[in-house]
Design a protein around this ligand. Structure first.
Ligand code: TRP
Length: 350
């Protein structure tokens, strides 16, 4: 997995100070997968018991590259919300909200557009990669280029200080902090606060094909709701070491996603280490390691699947949780917006 970033905006372990406010979220473009779990969901489950935590279903952000397919986004809002509850995010500890129900975030984004230069947005490495992968090189929609500004609004509207995310999101956090510094300086305030990305020390979980990132759009994901047979089939087809042709050949564990997943999900670390040794030495077949991985993943996913079934059967309740959370989130955001407007100080009709 990829190495630590040396960004000042990233931290790797849970802070001790209980006063943090946490904000994080996902684009609802498909069901959540193991990469989401490893990169962020796992952390959110810890954070919800320690801090005040908001979780955004970022449907407005999802529109920035799916403007012609709102139906896809609409159907995945419930999908993602059901995954959140299935995995153990708890509405009594986390506040979930729907981005499109909060017009104040769009207003804040507009003010932030004045805080940053165009070139800064164009240099964002995560956005650059996405532009390439999505084939937007010729003509990038303005909305897509600006989504990191909207994300900065998501975070800062709660004065959040901690953002559990995968390392690919670190540039968004750096941008958020630049905007906050610029805003506070320009309007001579200290109301907005800087934040840190809380990222897994091991980096991103790779895809089934060995790509650096597990992602729905790269079609290389195991979903939290995949059944046991689907998981077995996906693991069977996984990329390993292409030079490892016969069982007795020495194999490589680096860059080999089968071992990355064992590191991430198999708690018997000593056994995993000895499997790695054997694999590197020669004499351990891919089939054997994959069989173990299938068992490990299915053991991990089974309780999530069972929990999910309960919520699938009660989608009315799931929608209610999102509705209630959105009300709570909106009043917190309105408070920030009135402070932001007052700081800028050009709105004085009343
Ligand atoms: N950009 C994030 C992703 O692609 C999703 C997201 C939207 C987000 N708003 C956020 C993440 C705010 C953290 C904080 O996964």
């Amino acid at each position: 997995m990829s190495n630590r970033s040396d960004s000042k905006a990233a931290i790797y372990s849970l802070p001790k100070d209980k006063s943090h406010i946490v904000l994080t979220g996902d684009r609802p473009t498909g069901p959540l997968h193991l990469g989401h779990y490893y990169g962020s969901l796992k952390r959110r489950i810890e954070c919800q018991s320690l801090f005040k935590q908001y979780v955004v279903i970022a449907d407005v952000q999802a529109l920035t590259d799916h403007a012609d397919n709102p139906q896809l986004i609409r159907s995945n809002v419930m999908e993602v919300m059901t995954d959140y509850l299935a995995v153990g995010l708890d509405p009594s500890k986390s506040t979930f909200y729907l981005q499109s129900a909060i017009p104040e975030t769009a207003e804040l984004t507009l003010y932030y557009m004045n805080m940053i230069k165009l070139g800064r947005l164009q240099r964002n490495p995560t956005v650059k990669t996405e532009i390439r992968q999505k084939g937007l090189d010729e003509e990038v929609p303005v909305g897509f280029l600006c989504y990191p500004l909207h994300q900065a609004a998501d975070i800062s509207q709660f004065r959040a200080t901690l953002v559990p995310v995968g390392p690919d999101q670190i540039p968004m956090i750096e941008l958020t902090n630049d905007i906050i510094r610029s805003f506070n300086k320009t309007y001579n305030t200290d109301y907005l606060v800087e934040c840190a990305a809380l990222v897994p020390a091991q980096g991103l979980l790779p895809g089934l094909d060995g790509d650096t990132k597990m992602s729905k759009s790269l079609n290389n994901a195991i979903y939290l709701k995949d059944d046991a047979a689907t998981v077995a089939k996906k693991v069977k087809g996984m990329f390993t070491d292409p030079q490892h042709l016969r069982v007795e050949d020495p194999g490589r564990t680096e860059g080999n996603p089968v071992f990355a997943y064992l590191d991430a999900f198999d708690s018997r670390t000593e056994e995993v280490e000895s499997l790695k040794k054997q694999y590197c030495h020669g004499g351990l077949g891919d089939g054997t390691v994959k069989k173990r991985l299938t068992e490990v993943l299915n053991e991990f996913l089974e309780p999530i699947r069972l929990h999910r079934k309960q919520f699938e059967a009660d989608q009315g309740e799931v929608a209610n949780i999102l509705r209630k959370g959105t009300e709570v989130a909106r009043s917190a955001i309105q408070e920030t917006l009135s402070r932001v407007r007052a700081s800028i100080g050009v709105f004085s009709l009343s």
